[in-house]
Write a protein that binds this ligand. Structure first.
Ligand code: ARG
Ligand code: ZN
Length: 460
């Protein structure tokens, strides 16, 4: 959840040149972006990455990263050339299927020309060796995003663009992949990524951590957070492997909350259907310059001790956002509206305010309030994707839906949404169709009013 509301910045011009869109060379080339309206250069066209194997060494003292990324991919069109997203850092070698490939850098685009053209459907492996001093990019809303150095390591969270600050990626949620991480840090520090810890050893004063994330994951949800942490590992009654890494300076405030994770997972599973992953946990890493938490897959990262409501929010994202992914950043309400409403539901079912009461309190805000500044289904630019209307009016949209279809149909819709789109993608249009099929109601006016109409909606 964002805690800070930075001054709105002007978004990157949509007119950004799509390198690769007009090829200078002969033959088909992959587009420089997947066509996201807010982030035109995010992701790349022409291939799908099935698996990332990331081997990363980080020295917090020198702030130096040594990386090797092996991408197992498949061409979705004929390709004489394709792009990866990578910003900063120095590429020292690049092969495609083991043979040296030509490459050049152009802004965030790493343009690769394989020695032999790839045919549609062809599997291929790209290996990139790289190193340097990673740092965050600044998002259109002013937030740091990506590899964010801290006093004892790095806070690593990449929504929406930051993955490319620490590994070469097809950096858009449209492309989801399995991941393996091999992270090496000075002995005494811990390096935490997504999924299950599969190995850990110390040699010559350095400790290596191996992490395995088999279920598909969008690049922005990857982490490799490094710090001095108190680690707690256990398995829940339902067999989920929990790994908590807590900054000792935050432990007193954090532990009473992070210890509730198994109960929150159980509660959410009853409401939304089975937890999509086999691993879970929390990373609490004091990072005063960050200003947000992120639902990094299986193991959210918090820049300070979270409130229980924030823990519920990031946990709900595992279903809504992580398992069911966006196809476009414009539809971010499908992530943030759902996670916010989950925390309203949690309060309602644990002796707090009812969702109706929370809705009413928000609805009471005057028409001039920032809550009504833009409709959540159309934030207008990347600068607004984490704005209040996306979170709060997004949640209000779900409450309006619940009122319109009744509790039985509403909770069936939420479960069916998580189930039918598990480890995949979902769009607002698909959600509306599902809600209409389940309830037997025409919900066009409701979605139009709450998601797409400017100004404070009238209550019908
Ligand atoms: N998705 C995060 C959350 O749970 C917020 C990330 C904010 N990122 C940013 N660049 N402003 O709410
Ligand atoms: Zn969120």
């Amino acid at each position: 959840m964002p805690r800070r509301r930075p001054a709105l910045a002007v978004s990157a011009a949509l007119a950004a040149v799509l390198i690769g869109a007009s090829p200078a060379s002969a033959g088909p080339v992959g587009n420089a972006g997947v066509g996201d309206p807010y982030f035109p250069l995010a992701g790349n066209g022409g291939y799908h990455v099935a698996h990332y194997d990331l081997t990363i060494g980080y020295d917090p003292g020198r702030k130096h990263l040594d990386g090797r990324a092996v991408l197992t991919a498949r061409a979705t069109q004929d390709l004489t050339r394709f792009n990866l997203d990578l910003t900063g850092l120095k590429v020292t070698g690049l092969t495609v299927d083991g043979r040296k490939a030509a490459y050049r850098r152009s802004g965030q685009e790493l343009v690769v020309t394989p020695p032999r053209a790839l045919r549609k459907g062809q599997p291929f492996k790209v290996a990139v060796a790289y190193n340097g001093t990673p740092g965050p990019v600044t998002d259109p809303d002013g937030s740091p995003d990506g590899w964010i150095p801290t006093d004892d390591g790095a806070f690593v969270a990449g929504e929406p663009q930051g993955a490319m600050t620490w590994f070469p990626a097809n950096n858009h949620p449209l492309d989801k992949s399995a991941y393996d991480f091999t992270l090496t840090v000075p002995q005494g520090r811990t390096a935490v990524a997504n999924g299950v810890l599969t190995g850990r050893w110390t040699r010559n004063g350095r400790t290596t951590f191996r992490w395995h994330q088999p279920e598909p994951m969008a690049a922005y949800l990857a982490t490799a957070t490094v710090g001095t942490f108190k680690v707690r590992q256990y398995t829940t009654k339902s067999g989920i492997k929990v790994y908590d890494a807590i900054d000792p300076r935050e432990a007193n405030a954090a532990e009473p909350v992070t210890r509730q994770l198994p109960a929150v997972l159980e509660w959410a599973s009853r409401l939304f259907g089975p937890y999509p992953y086999r691993a879970a946990g929390s990373i609490v890493d004091r990072a005063p310059q960050v200003g947000f938490a992120l639902e990094t897959q299986t193991r959210p990262v918090y820049d300070r001790a979270p409130s229980l409501s924030t823990l519920v929010h990031e946990t709900a994202h595992q279903w809504f956002g992580n398992s069911v992914s966006l196809t476009s950043w414009k539809e971010i309400w499908l992530n943030e509206g759902f996670a916010t409403y989950a925390s309203w539901l949690y309060a309602e079912q644990h002796g707090g305010d009812s969702a109706q009461k929370t809705f009413d309190a928000q609805y009471a805000r005057p028409a001039s309030d920032g809550l009504w500044a833009f409709p959540p289904g159309n934030p207008g630019s990347g600068a607004h994707i984490f704005g209040q209307p996306v979170y709060t009016r997004g949640a209000m949209t779900l409450h309006a839906l619940r009122k319109a279809v009744g509790d039985r149909a509403f909770f069936r819709i939420l479960r069916a949404w998580a189930d039918q789109h598990r480890d995949d993608h979902g769009t607002t249009a698909q959600f509306q169709r599902l809600a209409e099929r389940t309830s037997g109601k025409n919900l066009g006016p409701l979605f139009r009013t709450w998601l797409y109409t400017a100004g404070k909606p009238k209550l019908s």
